[in-house]
Design a protein around this ligand. Structure first.
Ligand code: ZN
Length: 295
């Protein structure tokens, strides 16, 4: 079964219930939540998240929690050279794993971090150390941490499959790990997603192993392969294009993996209902942006 959805917000009084409502309005059967604003670490207490109501609505609509993921805020950096900042990141992510678990969700996507200190090897070791601490702090909790493949903007760690492999190797409890494969990021990191996606999957399988992929981010890219810019484009409107992305979504090697759109809003409006419809129909609509803008 195709598992397709987008990132949705969790805010206002409805919180998790609101996220489910938003996903349903897009005709999604999968979705991704930031538990608050992605650019800060202020979070509401677990008992205010409307978890029970969210689960009830999901059940009514036949949605499974297996196809829902949390995305940790992207300002968190386990590779920060400042030990106090790393300790803050570990504490925050420990709570984020607990929040994810309280919501009945089984994986949390994480940008591995940045080598802001300038030394990538050192940063990778700090990140792995942080991951081990978070996993130890949440022993027995059935939540995986899915490391995201990154575009390589600035000093981002996770630009190559080798770095993802290295991080997994350094984590003791590997059952708690997964990978989030992002189509825009990997293209930006110079993998030929458009020209040879099967070859890229072979390469990933050789270096990391396809079985580690637990979720995918499906985004087109505003830039050419290797640009390292990380600017997402609407589905089919970027350098990857419609056929490439449809082939990724329906690729038999990636069949059961939840696929999440993080494409940009069009004139302040979410594109997801329209993009999901286009994906289900497998037919490109070149007027999509106008339709969204005028909706
Ligand atoms: Zn991400």
């Amino acid at each position: 079964m195709l598992k397709i959805g987008s990132h949705v917000s969790m805010s206002g009084d409805d919180m998790f219930l609101g996220s489910v409502k938003e996903a349903i309005s897009y005709n999604a059967n999968s979705f991704m939540i930031y538990t608050g604003a992605p650019q800060n670490t202020r979070r509401r207490p677990i008992d205010e998240l409307k978890i029970k109501e969210a689960h009830e609505l999901m059940e009514e609509h036949g949605l499974s929690l297996d196809n829902v993921v949390v995305h940790a805020p992207y300002i968190i950096n386990l590779g920060n050279p400042d030990p106090e900042k790393r300790a803050f990141a570990v504490n925050f992510l420990t709570d984020e794993v607990k929040r994810t678990h309280a919501m009945g969700i089984k994986q949390m996507v994480l940008h591995p971090g940045n080598a802001t200190g300038g030394n990538r090897e050192e940063a990778i070791n700090w990140i792995a150390e942080g991951l081990n601490e978070i996993i130890n702090n949440t022993k027995g909790i059935d939540v995986k941490i899915a490391l995201e493949t990154m575009a390589g903007k600035g000093t981002e760690v996770g630009r190559t499959f080798e770095e993802i492999r290295q991080l997994i190797d350094l984590v003791q409890d590997k059952d708690r790990m997964g990978v989030c494969f992002d189509t825009c990021h990997t293209s930006d990191a110079n993998y030929p997603i458009k020209d040879d996606f099967e070859g890229v999957l072979d390469e990933f399988d050789k270096v990391v192993g396809l079985e580690w992929i637990t979720v995918m981010h499906i985004n087109d890219s505003k830039n050419e392969q290797g640009a390292a810019k990380d600017r997402h484009e609407n589905f089919g409107f970027g350098h990857l294009g419609f056929d490439t992305l449809i082939n990724v979504i329906y690729n038999p090697r990636l069949k059961d993996i939840p696929k999440i759109l993080e494409t940009p809003y069009v004139e302040g409006k979410p594109p997801y209902k329209h993009e999901i419809e286009m994906i289900r129909n497998k037919e490109f609509n070149p007027d999509l942006k106008e339709i969204i803008a005028n909706s």
